[in-house]
Design a protein around this ligand. Structure first.
Ligand SMILES: Cc1cc2nc3c(=O)[nH]c(=O)nc-3n(C[C@H](O)[C@H](O)[C@H](O)COP(=O)(O)OP(=O)(O)OC[C@H]3O[C@@H](n4cnc5c(N)ncnc54)[C@H](O)[C@@H]3O)c2cc1C
Length: 266
């Protein structure tokens, strides 16, 4: 880590020796160490891992790490002796315990998914970040639309915990099996629509489009945050641009993964 930067200031027209200490921003690319402290299989498709250790304890104190929906690059060992880096969302930062959690969506073929299934308390990984500014509620944003899939659930929960409790929020959550999900903790003005992607039939408007059509008209315009599989994000973007007055500047979207592509990056 770089040391503090020193500067000096001009007072009354003459240079003085008054130092101003500017701390160097943390290096978000620096690799930090983490140890698995807990491993919980929430259901067949979701594993929650708690990470701790001295680097994690320092990392969770950073303001940037605490921004909702922020994420890190986790580097996990592979059986062949190498490592793979994948993006994962920070959740439940515990400043006293010095830990954070990551929810892994388990699927068939991925190296990260495989690592999460086999991980045991005491296993070591490295990580770097946080990689983003996280979610910011726009000034005077009167209402919010959240759209995501299982990989975006951690981010959406963090956003829901962060926004004012009187903010009207509609959330569209596309899951393979909506009965398999954690209960979202949300304020009284939040409506969550659990959508089953398994109901999509070829040639028909998808489940997301049907749910989108049922959103209340008063929601538009609003701030929009969306993330998930490429198809979900692109469909939602198309529907918004075709039918809604919400301006591009109020829409944040990120493709988290793309079906058929390993380690997809936008
Ligand atoms: C900013 C950001 C935050 C993210 N946060 C999370 C998070 O908190 N939790 C989380 O689980 N994921 C999260 N993701 C998505 C995660 O990084 C990807 O799913 C990643 O590809 C998983 O790596 P892998 O090694 O398991 O699979 P890969 O090697 O990348 O992919 C192997 C195959 O599996 C498919 N695949 C990848 N992910 C999935 C999936 N979720 N379901 C079904 N098939 C898949 C791929 O299309 C490919 O065919 C996030 C991504 C980004 C960019």
């Amino acid at each position: 880590m770089k040391g503090p930067l020193l500067s000096s200031e001009s007072v009354g027209g003459s240079r003085t020796a008054l130092p101003i200490i500017l701390s160097a921003p943390p290096d978000v690319q620096a690799k930090l160490s983490a140890t698995v402290c807990a491993h919980v299989q929430l259901h067949a498709r979701r594993i929650r891992i708690t990470f701790g250790g001295p680097d994690v304890a320092a990392f969770v104190q950073r303001d940037a790490a605490q921004m909702p929906a922020n994420w890190i690059k986790l580097f996990m060992p592979t059986p062949a002796g190498g490592s793979v880096g994948r993006a994962y969302t920070l959740r439940n930062l515990d400043l006293e315990a010095g830990t954070f959690e990551v929810d892994f969506v388990v699927h068939k073929t991925g190296a990260a998914s495989r690592w999460a299934q086999a991980a045991q308390v005491g296993d070591a990984v490295t990580f770097a970040g946080p990689r983003d500014g996280g979610f910011h509620l726009l000034a005077r944003a009167p209402r919010l639309l959240l759209i995501g899939d299982a990989t975006a659930l951690s981010a959406i929960q963090a956003i829901l915990s962060h926004v004012p409790s009187d903010l009207p929020v509609e959330a569209l959550l596309v899951l393979e099996n909506p009965t398999e999900h954690e209960t979202l903790v949300a304020g009284p003005h939040v409506r969550v629509h659990w959508i089953s992607s398994a109901e999509d039939a070829p040639g028909e408007p998808g489940a997301l489009e049907n749910a989108f059509n049922q959103l209340p008209a008063w929601l538009d315009p609003c701030q929009v945050w969306m993330a998930g599989e490429s198809g979900t994000v692109l469909t939602a973007r198309r529907l918004l641009s075709e039918r809604w007055a919400t301006k591009e500047a109020r829409i944040h979207s990120k493709i988290y993964w793309k079906r058929g592509i390993s380690h997809f990056r936008t």
